[in-house]
Design a protein around this ligand. Structure first.
Ligand SMILES: [Ca+2]
Length: 492
């Protein structure tokens, strides 16, 4: 016998049963109905959507064609995905370094609230997206960047393909093969799926570089070499021969990343899942050069964020208005799956945006930095809105020297050499290595953060406003640095 109940209470009961809070048997007796798969499907309506999440590793937002890269046909597959879906131009990840960035995505929590401020596991009692999906009957798969979601058991992977099996995460053909195998497995099991397909491009070492030969004694294959002539130097780096060389190698890796994206999307299409799969694409942080990755600049956290969902998202939509960030990823996927939100997430679902509705409160983003992969601590906090960005560098004391992976290879060495005779580059090197406690930029006019306005009296009111916004956020989220920051702004 089937009891008539509304969809919301039914979904709640299903979630409670799935979460193990109520035994299915007890619920069946209490509710007076038998919970069969057929009953579930009748009440849930259409089958749950599948999810394909494709990530780039260390790719700058504006290295993508539709996000303004001027190199001809640099990312045709990502560009096509954007025309088939919706892309956000005010999208940020929450922390600009691999493992912490990905840990935010899969918990919906800021790093200091999920336990992974640096390259460490999340707290065992923090719920993950993959736990919720498994309880709802999903198959979870991951390809590449595997160690960057830890501990492994918290992520419930049913399919686990290491980067080493994918040509160091840099072989588009292998991505096609393994993605196809995953989709075919899901089809055979007749279960909804979640696949996280992680390219390890364009992470260092870059395609064809000396750094790559030094590390692996070989260069990984690529189909198109981006020449020095066609390369675009980002505005935050100086035009120097070695910088141009290294940025061109980076872009060769960007192009290979795009081929990996294309491979995974082709595997989805070839297995017949294109219509019932929500695809998202983003980069886990900015490019591994000075003033981008492992910092709190606009170029550190801003990401290309594209959503394709046939029948739901209007193709070719561009959202230039609403801010979305890493903490919003998990709430949105849960929402799209028809699953309840879990306790303790900091983000909120932007599913209404995908349905074409406006959302209030999406006018700024808070980003952080804590620790590099080499366990060096450099605390930074930032708030950015459409016009301004304010950064607090708690570590900057005039003595401590910034050290990160972006200083390896050619670029930083070239800048240090040039600094001996070029005062402008010398100032850039000085700023990068020592920073100043506060930075304020007009990111709308100066996205590359070349003019620090923090000491300009004209911007005093703006500075104070953003200090207060940041402090309120730090106190609200119980950031352990909040008392230090409060003391700092009282003392300046
Ligand atoms: Ca990364």
């Amino acid at each position: 016998m089937e009891t008539i109940i509304n969809r919301r209470s039914f979904l709640k009961k299903c979630a409670a049963i799935a979460a193990g809070l109520v035994s299915a048997k007890a619920e069946a007796v209490a509710g007076g109905f038998v919970l069969s798969n057929r009953t579930l499907e009748m009440h849930l309506g259409p089958k749950r959507p599948n999810f394909l999440f494709i990530t780039a590793d260390d790719m700058n937002y504006n290295s993508v064609g539709v996000y303004g890269c001027g190199i001809s046909d640099i990312t045709p597959n990502i560009d096509r995905l954007a025309t088939e879906g919706m892309r956000f131009t005010q999208a940020h990840i929450t922390i600009a370094v691999c493992q912490p960035s990905r840990s935010v995505l899969m918990t919906g929590r800021y790093p200091h609230r999920n336990g992974a401020e640096g390259f460490e596991p999340i707290d065992i009692n923090v719920p993950t997206l993959q736990e919720q999906l498994r309880q709802a009957g999903y198959i979870n798969g991951i390809m590449g960047k595997n160690a960057h979601l830890a501990p492994r058991e918290k992520f419930c992977w049913d399919y686990y393909i290491l980067g080493t099996e994918l040509g160091r995460g840099r072989d588009p053909a292998l991505y096609y093969q393994y993605a196809r195998r995953f989709f075919e497995n899901a089809k055979a099991a007749n279960k909804p799926f979640y696949l996280m397909a992680n390219s390890q491009d364009p992470h260092r070492p870059f395609a064809g570089s000396q750094q790559e030969r030094d590390k692996w004694k070989t260069n990984m294959p690529y189909s198109r070499k981006i020449t020095r002539q066609e390369t675009e130097i980002p505005g935050f780096l100086p035009e120097l021969p070695d910088v141009r060389q290294e940025v061109s190698e980076y872009f060769t890796s960007v192009h290979r990343c795009d081929e990996t994206v294309g491979s995974v999307l082709r595997a989805l299409k070839d297995t017949g899942f294109e219509d019932n799969t929500l695809v998202m694409f983003l980069s886990d942080n900015g490019m591994a050069f000075p003033f981008a990755k492992t910092n709190c600049y606009l170029n550190s956290t801003k990401t290309p964020w594209i959503v394709r969902w046939p029948g739901v998202v209007k193709p070719g939509t561009v959202d230039t208005d609403h801010f979305i960030s890493g903490i919003d990823y998990m709430p949105t996927i849960l929402d799209a799956a028809g699953l309840p939100q879990v306790e303790g997430m900091d983000g909120t679902s932007f599913l209404p945006r995908l349905n074409g509705q406006r959302q209030k409160g999406r006018d700024k983003v808070f980003t952080v930095f804590h620790e590099t992969s080499a366990k060096r601590r450099f605390e930074m906090r930032c708030v950015q809105n459409k016009t301004y960005g304010y950064i607090y560098n708690a570590w900057s004391d005039g003595q401590t020297v910034f050290k990160n992976e972006s200083q390896s290879g050619l670029t930083m060495n070239a800048m240090k050499q040039a600094a001996k005779t070029d005062p402008y580059i010398a100032a850039r090197v000085q700023l990068f290595l020592y920073r100043v406690p506060e930075e304020l930029y007009n990111f709308a006019e100066d996205p590359d953060a070349l003019h620090n306005l923090a000491d300009d009296p004209v911007y005093k009111e703006q500075l104070n406003l953003m200090r207060q916004e940041l402090l309120a956020w730090m106190e609200r989220t119980k950031d352990s640095l909040a008392p230090v920051f409060r003391h700092f702004i009282l003392s300046v």
